[in-house]
Design a binder for this molecule. Structure first.
Ligand SMILES: [Zn+2]
Length: 297
C-alpha cells in the first residue's frame, strides 16, 4: 500500500452491534451533554478469538486501562503517528479497543508502536459475556473516557462513525456481516498514463514506445520510484544512460528502460532524406537555384 490508508482492522468483519443498537444507543442517542461516541462490536470468526491488526502505517499506544482491575473493562487507546487517509478526512486518528483479556495484553505498554498489519490484541470477554471487540474511532488525539448523561462510559474525543474512518480493503477483510453499515471500499491504486507523443523528427534522436504498460520511472533504475505508465508513441530523447543491463532513455521528465519489443530507437539523420514516389510514367525535373545543395542517400 503506497499511501497511508486507514483500513478496517480485522480479517473477518462480523459486526454484532452497531453504534445505534442495543446498549450502544445511549452512547450517542438522547445524550444531553456532548459526550458521545460511536462504538461497534465485532465478533470476528465464529470460533476462537480473532485478532485486531494495526490498520494504518503506524499507531502508538497512548493509554491502557483496566488490566488486573475487575471493576474496569480492559481498554486500549491507540493514536496514529502520522496523518492517515480516511473516507471522510486526512488527519491523525485514534482507535480504542475494549474487552481483550488480561493475558492477551499483559505485555502492552504505553509508547509501544505497531506497524501496519501487526497484531495489537485479540477479541476477548473481559467485562462482557461473549468474545468480541468493542471498537471506537475518532479524529485527532484521545487518551481518556468520561461518563455521559446516560451513565455510559464513552471515549472522550472527536468521535467519528466507523464508516467515516475505515475503508474496507477487500484483499484484507472478509465481510461476513456489516450489519448494513455502508463502508467504503478501498479502490485499486490508480496507475497514471503519462506522456505526450510527438511526430517523428529526423533531426532528433527519438524513441518509439511500442507497448501499453512500460513503466515510467523517476530515475534510470528499476528501483527508482514508479511514476506511471508511458503512453505509446514517439518521444524525443533528452538523455541516454546505461544501468542494470538496460539502456535508459530520459523522455519528458522521466526515464524508461529500452528493450526489443518495448521500444524502437530512431537515430537522428545528418541530412534530410528525399523520397520520390512515382505516380505515373514520365520525367521528373528538379530545378536548383544557384548555391543550393541536393543530397541523395
Ligand atoms: Zn460494545
Amino acid at each position: 500500500m503506497n499511501k497511508n490508508y486507514m483500513i478496517y482492522p480485522m480479517k473477518n468483519m462480523r459486526i454484532t452491534c452497531r453504534y445505534d443498537e442495543g446498549s450502544h444507543r445511549s452512547h450517542n442517542i438522547n445524550v444531553s451533554d456532548n459526550n458521545i461516541d460511536y462504538p461497534i462490536d465485532d465478533a470476528g470468526i465464529d470460533s476462537g478469538r480473532d485478532s485486531i491488526y494495526c490498520p494504518c502505517d503506524s499507531m502508538k499506544v497512548v493509554a491502557i486501562r483496566g488490566i488486573g482491575n475487575p471493576s474496569i473493562t480492559n481498554t486500549i487507546w491507540l493514536v496514529s503517528t502520522n496523518e492517515v487517509i480516511t473516507p471522510g478526512f486526512v488527519d491523525k486518528v485514534y482507535m480504542t479497543l475494549t474487552h481483550s483479556d488480561d493475558s492477551d495484553i499483559k505485555d502492552l505498554y504505553v509508547g509501544k508502536e505497531f506497524k501496519r498489519g501487526e497484531i495489537i490484541c485479540k477479541e476477548g470477554s473481559n467485562g462482557t459475556n461473549a468474545n468480541h471487540i468493542h471498537i471506537t474511532v475518532g479524529r485527532g488525539y484521545c487518551d481518556t473516557w468520561i461518563e455521559n448523561s446516560n451513565h455510559k462510559w464513552i471515549i472522550k474525543g472527536d468521535s467519528k462513525k466507523p464508516e467515516e474512518v475505515f475503508f474496507i480493503d477487500k484483499e484484507f477483510t472478509k465481510v461476513i456481516d456489516n450489519r448494513n453499515i455502508n463502508f467504503e471500499y478501498l479502490e485499486e491504486e490508480k496507475i497514471d498514463i503519462i506522456g505526450n507523443p510527438v511526430e517523428r523528427d529526423i533531426y532528433k534522436d527519438q524513441v518509439e514506445v511500442l507497448i501499453d504498460n512500460l513503466n515510467l520511472r523517476e530515475s534510470y533504475s528499476v528501483n527508482s520510484k514508479k511514476i506511471g505508465y508511458i503512453r505509446k508513441g514517439m518521444y524525443d530523447i533528452k538523455e541516454i544512460r546505461e544501468n542494470e543491463g538496460y539502456t535508459w532513455y530520459k523522455v519528458e521528465n522521466y526515464y524508461i528502460a529500452s528493450n526489443i519489443g518495448w521500444t524502437k530507437f530512431y537515430k537522428k539523420e545528418k541530412y534530410p532524406r528525399l523520397i520520390f514516389t512515382c505516380t505515373s510514367s514520365g520525367k521528373y525535373i528538379i530545378y536548383l537555384k544557384e548555391g543550393s545543395k541536393l543530397y541523395i542517400s
